[in-house]
Design a protein around this ligand. Sequence first.
Ligand code: ADP
Length: 698
Amino acid sequence: MPDAEPTNILVVDDLPEKLLAYRTVLEELGENVVTARSGEEALGLVLRHEFAVILLDVTMPGMDGFETAALIRRRRRSAHTPIIFLTAFADEVRAAEGYAHGAVDFILTPVVPEILRAKVRVFVDLYRMTQQVRRQAEERIALAEERTKRAAAEDATRRSNFLADVSRALADSLDPGTTARTLARQAVPFLADLAGVTLAGEPGQPWRTELAWAGPPGREPGGVRLTGPDGPHDELRDAVERALGRGQPERLDGLDLPYPAPADGRVRSAAVFPLRARGRTLGVLTLALGPSGRRHEPADLALAEDLASRAGIALDNARLYKDVERADRQKNEFLSMLAHELRNPLAPIRNAAEVLRMSGPDQPQVRWAREVIDRQLSHLVRLVDDLLDVSRITRGKIQLKPEPVDLAAVVGHAVEASRPAIEQAKHRLEVALPPEPVWVTGDAARLTQVLTNLLNNAAKYTDPGGRVALALAREGGEAVVRVWDTGVGIPADMLTAVFDLFTQVDRSLDRSQGGLGVGLTLVKRLVEMHGGSVAAHSDGPGKGSEFVIRLPALAAAEAPAAGANGRPPAAAGRLRVLLVDDNVDGAESLAALLRLAGHEVWLAHDGPGALEAAAGFRPDAAVLDIGLPGMDGYEVARRLRADPAAAPAVLVAVTGYGRDRDRERSREAGFDYHLVKPVDLAELHRALAAARPAVPAR
Ligand code: ADP
């Protein structure tokens, strides 16, 4: 063995000159020669080192060679180390004694160097070979150990992966039945050949068991739901019943039961684990083995126990979720009923108020009372309508009536609907509309509701005298409406939450117009039903708020054929009328009459307001008071006429003066009709009729 490490050779003799001689002879072997001068010293060395061979002088003072050999043999480490005695006597009796003490050979002294070397070399080689065999055996053992460890680690990983997978699957389901099925199906084949999850029914209700089995070779895995205790065999059923009752695991060995139909095979053993949470047993997990020939290993049982406790929690969660869902459904049903019930008395009250308005004496107190009733009624109607809508939306009962809609018209209606709130708070309203119509496919009434909600909120959440603005624009393929204000703003952490049902930033906020926290929920749901989105922005409290609505816009080619002035033709008989009068009450009452006649009416109270409204609302007809502050009616008419594409088809002047001169002035300014106050309604209707597309204008 060329590059092997030197081995140790021990030589024991009491005479130093002899030791020197042996060393000289043996050193040629290239091994490590260690010497000792007494049996005691030799024993000490043997304790500390391992020797390939020991050469022992028989005659030594004190402990002689034989005694030393006997003690060496007793040491575990040196029990088998070859011992060669060195002796001057070739005496048979002594030799026999030597062998009895564990000698393997004798060498007569004085030694012949070659013989000594040859014999020692034999033992050194033998030692080396033994060492090598031992080393290889150790390596094999180490390898086997490592393999076992790796397998154990892989097993542990497989188990924890399994647990993680099942936990994930369990967390996905929020229904007890699905949770049970998931658990049963995940348990095979990893933990069982046949797995059952039995859910304890409510008292008096039968159990439900979800069964799953691993496919025997050549067969598909399968599963089935059993109702009642019929499925499993008696012994299993009793164990399940016990586990359900006591909440303790059960073991069944030495079974020979058929699988429940439609699977086949024999069940040989089963383990039943209760599924528990918060002190209650909600069901049991049964793991049965049979066709695979496997047995329930302790590690598998521990894993199953862990799994059962997780499944118990998942089942509990699913049950709690069901309870919450039920409560939510009941709440929604209650809301919808409440809203219906509240709405019923509102219509007659509204009618009665209307009768009061038409017939009551116009004393200031009566008028005030009427206005209060009117305002509060509108508020109540709005709240109740919002409630109704929300309950309809949460139950998926709102249906849109989509048609091509010009958003400018929607903006017009929304501005008109929210004008009372804006004016009451003395806000300045700015509306910016693009020169071209922006078409979308939508439900005009619902889109109007969306913008009205945003404008009303802007008015409500802005201190009196603030600014409320709305801008409509087309951005690429989208119609974008921005509504912003200079109001109280919204904290960053509420920008998303404000769209949640019943969410209000500050419920204690003492605003003149309260709310229920449903308006923005409606806005969001309705916009989303239109395929759009809404987002809130605010730089924080006191910094105002902005709401941005994006809807898919119709391409110009998809827009309906426009009338001469870019508007769609008005529905037969129904006109869009702009009414301009600085006498608010007069304007309101005339507007009410025109609305009764089926027209859509937009009000403005001064010249600039009229021009702005005309740009947004694009009326078919405009009825202008001449004596307006700042810019008079003539000027408004001239400006309206200046843009033939946008001008209403019919312009009607309303004035206190009916002289020829006045009529002439009206004509010059571009009016088609000149009516003298108090206006004769029939005359007004005739004038407006000229704007109907069926009748040639003017
Ligand atoms: P409501 O106005 O009835 O409370 P909404 O759903 O319309 O319910 O609005 C939810 C909440 O969002 C409001 O209570 C308010 O706190 C906040 N909010 C809505 N619009 C604005 C706005 N323009 N400025 C500031 N806060 C607003």
